[in-house]
Design a protein around this ligand. Structure first.
Ligand SMILES: *Cc1c(COP(=O)(O)O)cnc(C)c1O
Length: 819
């Protein structure tokens, strides 16, 4: 469905500048997702940290001609010929308004899904259950915010028979806006948990806020066994049909009984039952919510019973893995429709690795659409052309029969995965970024297993979204113009410098800082273009600094003189350096009391290097006990750094706040701050976890019963008090698991339960007590991370979380996740 630009201007009440005709089919809020420039309408949103108006020139250059703005560029007729600017007081409000008007065009069931957990899960499962019967339009990924919801609603079109839309809120007052855009006819509350609780007074307040989505719906579906939910539903004076599902109340409109993964139910007098291929509690509950919605939408118990066992697990995030031969693998084997193909292609184009690499798509037959094959694969062909795919591999009988529809220079087709992995095409793949998108039955796991670098059973899982959350948390203390250095020394506090740097570069931090030049070289070789500071430049590394565009810290006259000499030798002038002052740490740095005049003098009498910034480091910003000392440090720094700035006409950035300083002394943010531990999820002041970035995981190798008179491990240290079950896990002190955690000083988690380390921790293996835990060989074990804060370990070890994080050795494979 498209709209003319006049129509859009009227719908959002905009004043129009420019009179070129235009048709709008796509809405864009993030310039990186641009795909169809001619028909795109860009909304220049202003957020706390960014301003969409900055991207207008770039987008114009890339072909976009329609913009919704708060401010029309001054000389728009000259600079942006043929463009239309729609001026409104708030582009975000205009986006929401347009979506609302678009929604008005449809008289179909619209399912609005909210809840603390499981929204995306329920939405995706419902899609799997409903799509064989009807054309379903759903929110992409987890687009459920004030921006994501309007973009989702925009996807409704003439074919849509039912819409599934998520609504997520983090603050009071947000749901009403979402309600007006979605205008649901069926409201679904998945569950009520503690997410975003900090912004609400209590659970009731949050629940009442969520229920706002259900005003005016014909039907509401909710878990009535949850007391808070039931109470709030009663209080809400809701007028429509209340379908609370319950396991206890046989009068409930949806009464269920569960036994393992078998669910039987009575829905408004209709009896039925189904099985799902999962056994965990969350899956069972989400399946009940889905079943209730499906029955409400008119599916029969027979249809449910047939489709439920085929439910597929939901990949909330696309997996990115390093492959052999310079390959980067993106795995998306969970959905197989065109819409999700487009999302995955977009994700691929946003990956920093893609620069300079060929882009390959490996695609299986696509299931679950009503379209004819020819039409479907023509659509695929168009998409891959727009998204700039270089090489295409089709796997499956149907896609092979439609080979002619796929118009691309390099293409190959195979009947199945076996044929492909034996082909020369497979064997010659190298230095490519590869998107694997296959429907389940094709077994694309085989391809990724063969191409992936072999992993140890012990991995450090790194959540890149959490890194961004933490970055934004610290940014929220800063003025928009304050710059940020992110510390990625020590391999990004153990998380892996390259991936972390790519993520940070994507989020436009101003500087990255590493410890030594070689770390900087690794980043440059991986394509990082951001400015990089080297904190400990060795005398032998100057040439490397110049070759790889790295900016050294300078902390002494000896280092400075050697650097100047080396730069002159290379004919270099104006190389940026960062001057460190020692205000109390007494580690490295110039002395503010004695050295400043001489420092200024030396800097002025040469032209090889130029001070880009001057900084110092707090000794104790993480503890209130040192507040007086910190104040003195700041005063000394302020005075000395002003003096240096005063001697030069160019701007010299001044910085002193680290993670703890940003939170504790935001008034001392000066021009720039240096974020370290906080970025990796630990608040250095409280030791609280922000968003968990790193999770160290392993698996149970072997289980054995050991009678109580026996012992476990070296030197017979593991004494037992009862007959026990002992699990061996493949992680030892050589992986960074400290020996002091052994002999029951600490524990790990097996299926969510605490399992103590028994006996001495060995070099490559540890032994844990799982006597009271239901588990099997192959089960996953968490050493620290999402469910077991790293600070539990650092407290036992009487050290700081920094040490535990940076001790995870290099042989532990880092695996990255991102939305
Ligand atoms: C490591 C480091 C930081 C970051 O410290 P956190 O406590 O991790 O925030 C800041 N500045 C300098 C000079 C550092 O070496």
């Amino acid at each position: 469905m498209t709209y003319t630009i006049e129509k859009v201007a009227t719908l959002i009440g905009a004043r129009r500048y420019g009179e070129k005709d235009a048709t709008i089919g796509w809405l864009l809020t993030d310039s990186r997702s641009l795909c169809f420039p001619e028909q795109t309408l860009f909304f220049a949103l202003r957020t706390k940290r960014n301003d969409g108006h900055k991207y207008i020139s770039e987008l114009y250059r890339r072909g976009v001609r329609s913009f919704v703005v708060e401010q029309v560029p001054e000389d728009y007729q000259a600079q942006f010929a043929d463009a239309n600017f729609l001026k409104v007081p708030s582009p975000l409000a205009a986006l929401q308004r347009l979506a609302e008007r678009h929604r008005d065009e449809f008289d179909i069931p619209v399912v609005g899904i909210t809840g603390s957990n499981g929204k995306t899960w329920v939405k995706e499962w419902l899609y799997q259950i409903l799509s064989p019967s009807m054309k379903v339009t759903r929110s992409p990924k987890s687009y459920n915010s004030q921006i994501g919801v309007p973009l989702s609603v925009w996807l409704l079109n003439e074919q849509t028979k039912v819409a599934l839309l998520e609504a997520g809120i983090s603050e009071p007052g947000e749901m009403l806006a979402l309600h007006d855009i979605i205008q649901p006819t069926i409201g679904v509350l998945t569950s009520l948990g503690s997410a975003h609780q900090e912004n609400f007074r209590n659970m009731d307040e949050k629940c009442m806020e969520k229920l706002q989505l259900f005003r005016n719906t014909e039907t509401m579906i909710y878990p009535s066994d949850d007391d808070t939910v039931s109470r709030c539903v009663r209080r809400s004076q809701y007028q429509g049909d209340r379908i609370g599902w319950s396991r206890f109340n046989d009068k409930a409109p949806m009464y269920v009984k569960t036994e393992g993964s078998h669910v039987s139910y009575v829905y408004k007098g209709i009896e039925g039952s189904y099985d799902i291929p999962f056994i965990d509690e969350a899956s069972i509950e989400n399946s009940i919510t889905c079943a209730t919605v499906a029955l409400t939408l008119g599916l029969t118990p027979e249809e449910l019973a047939e489709r439920m066992p085929k439910l597929e697990p939901i990949a909330m995030r696309l997996e990115v893995k390093e492959g052999q031969r310079g390959l980067t693998l993106i795995n998306d084997s969970y959905n197989s429709d065109v819409n999700s193909l487009d999302i995955a292609l977009d994700f691929m184009n946003r990956r920093p690795e893609q620069e300079g690499k060929r882009k390959t798509l490996i695609l299986s037959d696509i299931y679950q659409t009503g379209e004819s094959s020819a039409e479907l694969y023509r659509e695929v062909s168009e998409l891959i052309a727009k998204r700039g795919i270089d090489r295409f591999v089709g796997i499956g009988p149907e896609i092979s029969s439609q080979a002619a529809q796929i118009e691309i220079g390099q293409k190959w087709f195979f009947a199945n995965v076996d044929d492909f992995v034996q082909s020369s095409v497979f064997k010659s793949m190298r230095d490519e970024i590869v998107l694997l998108k296959g429907a389940r039955p094709f077994g694309f796991e085989r391809i990724s297993d063969l191409l992936e670098q072999k992993v140890h059973e012990t991995i450090l899982e790194v959540d890149l979204n959490a890194v961004v959350d933490n970055l934004n948390y610290y940014r929220s203390f800063l003025k928009p113009e304050t710059k940020m250095v992110c510390m990625i020394k020590a391999d990004a506090y153990g998380a892996g410098a390259v991936e972390i740097a790519k993520t940070l570069q994507d989020h436009r931090v101003d500087y990255l800082a590493v410890a030594v030049a070689d770390e900087g070289v690794t980043l440059r070789k991986a394509g990082i273009t951001q400015n990089i500071i080297v904190m400990n430049p060795e005398m032998s590394s100057f040439k490397t600094l110049f070759d790889y565009d790295l900016e050294p810290e300078v902390y002494s006259f000896r280092l400075m003189n050697a650097l100047v000499k080396a730069a002159r030798h290379e004919g270099i002038t104006g190389w940026p350096v960062h001057i460190k002052l020692d205000t109390g740490m007494h580690r490295l740095g110039f002395d503010p009391k004695k050295d400043i005049d001489e420092l200024i003098d030396s800097l002025k009498h040469q032209s090889a290097i130029i001070p880009r910034s001057v900084f110092s480091h707090f000794v104790g910003s993480d503890s209130d006990d040192f507040d007086n000392f910190s104040a003195t440090q700041f005063r000394v720094f302020d005075e000395a750094s002003q003096k240096i700035q005063g001697a030069f006409s160019h701007k010299i950035l001044r910085h002193i706040d680290n993670s703890a300083g940003i939170e504790h002394f935001p008034e001392r943010q000066l021009d720039m701050c240096r974020l370290g531990l906080g970025l990796y999820g630990v608040d250095p002041r409280t030791n609280n976890i922000l968003s968990t970035v790193s999770t160290l995981k392993t698996t149970i190798l072997q289980l054995r019963r050991v009678p109580k008179e026996e012992t476990v491990g070296y030197s017979r240290k593991g004494k037992l008090e009862r007959d026990s079950v002992i699990a061996a896990i493949p992680i030892g002190y050589a992986d960074g698991l400290n020996r002091k955690l052994g002999n029951r000083h600490c524990y790990c988690l097996v299926n969510g339960q605490k399992a103590e380390y028994v006996g001495n921790i060995c070099m490559d293996v540890a032994l844990i007590d799982v006597t009271d835990i239901q588990c099997e060989e192959g089960d996953s074990v968490e050493i620290f991370g999402k469910n077991l804060p790293v600070t539990v370990l650092s407290d036992v070890l009487e050290t700081i979380p920094y040490e535990v994080l940076t001790s995870v050795s290099n042989r532990v494979k880092r695996v990255y996740f991102q939305d």
